[in-house]
Ligand binder design. Structure first.
Ligand code: ZN
Length: 81
């Protein structure tokens, strides 16, 4: 298996955790503990497609509830689904 390389700077990617934030206009959604590959050199974060899809679902739910502030823990959501 070849090493993951950052598409921006070519640095080595290491698995890590990140905090995902999205501003919906009427409110903000924050998801903590999101698994991501983080570039050692420039700090750019890359998410797997399935991770992005899970986040999209969280955002959709928050949008439906019109939550002003929604703070979620990624692992809790994965367990619940
Ligand atoms: Zn990089």
């Amino acid at each position: 298996m070849r090493k993951s390389r950052c598409a921006l700077c070519g640095g080595e990617m290491k698995p890590g955790k990140t905090t995902f934030t999205v501003d919906l206009g009427f409110g903000v959604v924050v998801v903590r503990g999101v698994p991501a590959m983080v570039c050692e050199q420039c700090g750019e974060e890359w998410m797997k497609e399935e991770t992005a899809e899970t986040l999209e679902r969280i955002v959709d739910e928050a949008r439906g509830r019109h939550a002003m502030i929604e703070v979620a823990q990624y692992e809790d959501i994965k367990k619940a689904s």
